[in-house]
Design a binder for this molecule. Structure first.
Ligand code: FAD
Length: 372
């Protein structure tokens, strides 16, 4: 069985690597360089609890399962790449700064407590004991010890090495123009005007997944780009925050490489990837309100990425009514977090032919009756 993956982001690379580990003959076609795009711009938070709203419970359980799989994922990655990527249990604090914030947080806290999640409620002064760089205006906070983070850039480097070491073939500067389908099954795809034959195709082209030609209308994945801008500051003695701070409309994420990420905008701007003054100003202002001592930190760089957002903001992972056609896209704000479960479950599904129970409900068939 010849398998090809369209897209060399964290999703395509990780599914490809796991397939190669299982002995499957697999190629990845990437239209530019692998591991740039959204997967590089991401902050690397693995935060199922902090991200969860009231309506996202199924997604929350999927994210939590994926976080549990991270240690196995990084161990296997180390085995195959020699690159050690540490899961960092930094903990996460959600502070409020006025009555409105605090009431909203209190409701989120009550909901988490009701479904049995390990959360703590802190007063303003307790919150400042946990993270001394928080603004003294903090009136109360949720403390989540379990949420984690990871260096997503290092994972991408490790995945490329591991994939190739396991026998996978990575072709960069190879843009897939069309998927070929005949008689209800895939036959291959077109690159640089040439038809190539494959038995299985996995669409993992992130925000661009809907643009590839050849798919029937009902199988065009309803994925759009959702622009995200982040600012990388360099931590120094004037601000040494150690906890992830998720304040209203902004997060501050200290990384082990000495960066402090301030993020992230959530914008519907099509495929525009330009950083903009207004959003950067807003992020810095909100970040400064939460942690005033960021004021003197040097700015290192600004990153922009396009999150692949599906219509219901859940990932689209699994097979389809076309024989040999699979999807692994639409991971939106949680693509780094959902990488292990996507890679382990989808590769097993393809290699063994047995559908994944963990991924049930996340397939493209949930959109079949809608128009794109
Ligand atoms: C600012 C920001 C912060 C984020 N923070 C977090 C976070 O903290 N935690 C978290 O879990 N997630 C986070 N995310 C979300 C996460 O980055 C994405 O969900 C994830 O990277 C999606 O990975 P992907 O491989 O599907 O897409 P991408 O990384 O975008 O990769 C898709 C690849 O497909 C290629 N491609 C497209 N079309 C074709 C074609 N026709 N032929 C060949 N190749 C093609 C592209 O060039 C690209 O390399 C963040 C995203 C952004 C933008």
């Amino acid at each position: 069985m010849n398998t090809v993956i369209i897209g060399g982001g964290i999703i395509g690379l990780s599914v490809g690597w796991q397939l190669a580990r299982k002995g499957v003959n697999v190629e990845i076609l990437e239209r530019s360089k692998a591991g740039l795009s959204a997967s590089r711009a991401a902050a690397g938070m693995l935060a199922p609890q902090a991200e969860m709203g009231f309506e996202d419970i199924e997604l929350f359980y999927l994210c939590r399962k994926s976080l549990e799989m991270y240690p196995r994922f990084t161990d296997e990655l180390f085995e195959d790449s020699g690159i050690k990527v540490e899961l960092e249990r930094t903990g996460c604090i959600l502070p409020g700064f006025d009555r409105d914030d605090t009431e909203r947080l209190r409701r989120l806290y009550d909901f988490r407590e009701k479904i049995g999640l390990p959360v703590l409620w802190l007063t303003g002064s307790e919150a400042r004991e946990v993270e001394p760089f928080l603004s003294p205006r903090c009136t109360g906070a949720i403390w989540i010890e379990d949420d984690a983070q990871i260096n997503n850039r290092l994972i991408l480097d490790a995945l490329k090495t591991a994939f190739i070491k396991r026998g996978g073939k990575l072709y960069e500067e190879h843009e897939v123009e069309q998927i070929n389908i005949t008689g209800g099954k895939v036959t291959g795809l077109k690159v640089h005007g040439k038809d190539l034959e494959f038995d299985n195709i996995i669409v993992a082209a992130g925000s661009w997944s809907k643009q590839i030609k050849g798919l029937p209308d009902n199988l065009l994945p309803p994925v759009r780009p959702v622009k995200g801008q982040i600012i990388n500051l360099r931590l120094n003695e004037s601000c040494r925050i150690t906890k992830v701070v998720r304040a209203p409309d902004v997060y501050l994420l200290p990384k082990s490489d000495g960066r402090l990420i301030i993020g992230a905008s959530v914008e519907e701007m099509g495929f525009d990837e330009n950083p903009t003054a207004g959003e950067i100003f807003r992020l810095l202002e909100r970040g400064w309100e939460a942690v005033p001592s960021i004021y003197d930190l040097p700015i290192e760089s600004i990153d922009v990425g396009l999150r692949p957002g599906s219509r219901d903001h859940m990932p689209i992972v699994g097979d389809s009514e076309i024989n040999g056609l699979y999807f692994a896209t639409g991971h939106y704000r949680n693509g780094i977090l959902l990488t292990p479960i996507t890679a382990f479950e989808l590769s097993e599904w393809i290699a063994s032919g047995n559908k994944s129970e963990a991924l049930s409900g996340f397939g493209i068939e949930r959109f079949y009756k809608e128009t794109v």
